[in-house]
Design a protein around this ligand. Sequence first.
Ligand code: URA
Length: 434
Amino acid sequence: MTILEIIEKKRDNKELTKEEIDFFVQGYTKGEISDYQASALIMAIYIQGMTKEETANLTLAMAHSGEVLDLSSFNKIIVDKHSTGGVGDKVSLILLPLVASLGVPVAKMSGRGLGFTGGTVDKLESIPGYKTNIDINKFVKNVENIGISMISQTLNLAPADKKIYALRDSISCVESIPLIASSIMSKKIASGAQKIVIDVTVGSGAFMKNLKDAEKLAKEMIEIGKLANRETVCILTNMNQPLGYSVGNLLEVKEAVFALKGRMKEDVKDVVLELGAYMLKLSNIEKDIKKAKESLIRNIENGKAYEKFIELVRSQGGDVSYLNDLENFEESRFIEPLYSKEAGYIYEINAKNIGKLACSLGAGRIRKEDKIDKTVGIVLEKKVGEYVAQEEILAYIHTNNSKDLEKAKKELKEIIKIRKEKVKPQDSIIKIIE
Ligand code: URA
């Protein structure tokens, strides 16, 4: 068997065997297959697709490309959460300490920003001192001691996914159902999740632009979960406009802190409560979704969720004085308001365009090796459906470069669309697939 034969087969739309998929995944992980050959195969998969069986085999090959954590010693069900990616998506920062405060053990491996979407690891690292690359023993110890740890994919868990994920990002092959499904499920299997809740985002700021594709991706992940004996629930959520009001690493951490202290934007709250309720259900802590939501709200109101976040940050080396007084955080040099030229209702804030704009200010990477600027981004004052008066502030641009300002203002003015007629606010939860 050679990699050339495998590329040729997929190029010609033929089904790959388990042995061929294993050969590619192992060879690429060890560095025996070059980036350019892997790129050709990934592009062929992107164009031709994969059968359900191929996707399942790719998932298992990537999950077993490194260590597979066994967390069965916890004697508690490990329920993990993942998102297919979005703009302004700070859900993990709020949801995971919240469910941990209710007794769900959280052993979470997150990713960095991908394309125009943000990543939880970049957000956590914007808290001074927070280490996302702690070793596996410390990771497990933190889950044992305080019930939560949130790390990056630096351990030897699903290393094949780490390489393939970065490669996909650099060759424009992210938006593929088999590649996303196998990427997410391989990480979840490797990190010891027994049950999984997935936020499948749909819309302009998501990799799945329409409901049909999002449903297909959800069903594929649920099927892989069945094969691997990991019960999986997918919650389809709206990503046509950014989630919450801030987009940018530190700005989103601040929003998460406000949310954990009880000031949570409605759309973020809807997503946090729905995902959280299903996490509590799968953990057997609270089977009734309505009661589960009440427990979640209670632990925000009584401060337990925020305390858990503080414990998490402290246990991973972060300086919690920044969280207790958000004024301590560094800010960008320029914070410029954008005023509305007209009165009316907001009818569109294209999430992808906001994500791209935030990236161009330095909040994301254009190339893998780029350093991100944690202070920059966009803070929206208005969301779809809201009324804005003439000369009222629509948003703030946070940047460190005065040269970016005029261009960013012009772009933002075009992204936030206003009309005279009333507009219905958008629902956050689209569908639940179990
Ligand atoms: N999140 C992942 O972990 N992988 C993808 O491919 C897309 C989003």
